[in-house]
Write a protein that binds this ligand. Structure first.
Ligand code: PBG
Length: 341
């Protein structure tokens, strides 16, 4: 026994940068990261999103450049959102073969193929958001009954058609994010019937009704009045998030997601513990905006805060992380920044 009486000294493993690096349990890699991107029909110049400094609505042309940059940076994936020029009650542009999201998917696949040819390395997986809110004139994630309620079962048909249109355009992963009951099973059937049995489904399984989606509404010029609380989940409920993930797994989801990430790390941990498929988490627009705003005021260290927030999501159990900082973080890695906070 030493004279101090202290047997265990955890500080030994924190004493030097080389020791800390050796014993780091989790580290980020560019391939863990998925970059969400917005493409808007009819734009001639990329349009900055004021509540998401550094992020833009892309033209089809600048989308190609952004996707090529993501490919060169070695990102694991991109998640595409489309903003159509014309909206209607059923969101018909969502399933139009030449709708903006389908055009964006095709452009992304082309840009990635070109970079893969050049570098000989696999590019990012092309994922598409499968949801109607960007395409409906009322801004809800589904079609409405005459009383103005989101009609679950009528919406499922639209999601099925949308997923098939995305697969035809070249999406490798479709991502139902509307929180309709039964959406994964219906999409799986539709994809299989159309010959797309190898297209994967990333289910936004535990998606909470959250004010942290606020800046996203600007990003997609959302028309929504009211809220999404009849279909997205209540922040008070953790168990229900696990149940939603279980249902999506039973319906054939290839990956399950928790969203937002930062306020739901407990749900993420719970889903990761019971899921045998890869688990994703979405660090959403408001999480991005908060750190950007605090950093812009000089109140927090921007890079350290970004890395800690993303690493924490990995530590909580995410295999795949959607973050608007994906490209920038990958750039830091290539400059020698380690994948840790
Ligand atoms: C639905 C969708 C939303 C987000 C991703 N998919 C908006 C919503 O559900 O209200 C939000 C993403 C973010 O805030 O970064 N299409």
């Amino acid at each position: 026994m030493s004279t101090s009486g202290i047997v265990y000294r955890p500080r030994r493993l924190r004493a030097t940068p080389r020791m800390r690096r050796l014993v780091a349990e989790h580290r980020l890699h560019a391939a863990d990261l998925v970059l969400p991107l917005f493409v808007k029909e009819g734009l001639t110049e990329p349009a900055p999103i004021s509540s998401m400094p550094g992020q833009v609505q892309h033209t089809e042309e600048t989308l190609r450049d952004a996707v090529a940059a993501a490919a060169r940076a070695g990102l694991g994936g991109i998640m595409l959102f489309g903003i159509p020029a014309v909206r209607d009650a059923t969101g018909s542009q969502a399933e139009a073969p030449d709708g903006i999201l389908q055009r964006g998917i095709r452009a992304a696949r082309e840009a990635i193929a070109a970079v893969e040819q050049e570098t000989g390395r696999p590019g990012p997986v092309v994922m598409a958001d499968t949801c109607l809110d960007e395409f409906t004139d009322h801004g809800h994630c589904g079609v409405l009954t005459p009383d103005g309620v989101v009609d679950n079962d009528a919406t499922l048909d639209r999601y099925a058609a949308m997923a098939v249109a995305q697969a035809k355009a070249g999406a490798e992963v479709v991502s139902p994010s509307g929180m309709m009951d039964g959406q994964v099973a219906v999409i799986r059937d539709a994809l299989d019937d159309a010959g797309f049995e190898s297209v994967s489904i990333l289910a936004y399984s535990a998606k909470y009704a959250s004010p942290f989606y606020g800046p996203f509404r600007e990003a997609v010029d959302s028309a929504l009045q009211g809220d999404r609380r009849t279909y997205q989940m209540d922040a008070a409920n953790g168990r229900e998030g696990l149940r939603e993930a279980d249902l999506d797994l039973a319906e054939g989801a290839d990956m399950v997601m928790v969203k937002p990430a930062g306020s739901y790390l407990d749900v993420l941990r719970g889903v990761a513990d019971r899921s045998d498929v890869p688990v994703a988490a979405y660090q959403v627009s408001g999480e991005y905006a908060m750190i950007e705003a605090a950093a812009a005021n000089g109140w927090i260290d921007r890079r350290a805060s970004v890395l800690e927030s993303v690493l924490s999501i990995k530590r909580a159990g995410a295999d795949v992380i959607l973050t608007y900082w994906a490209l920038e973080i990958a750039g830091w890695f290539s400059e020698g920044q380690e994948g840790r906070a």
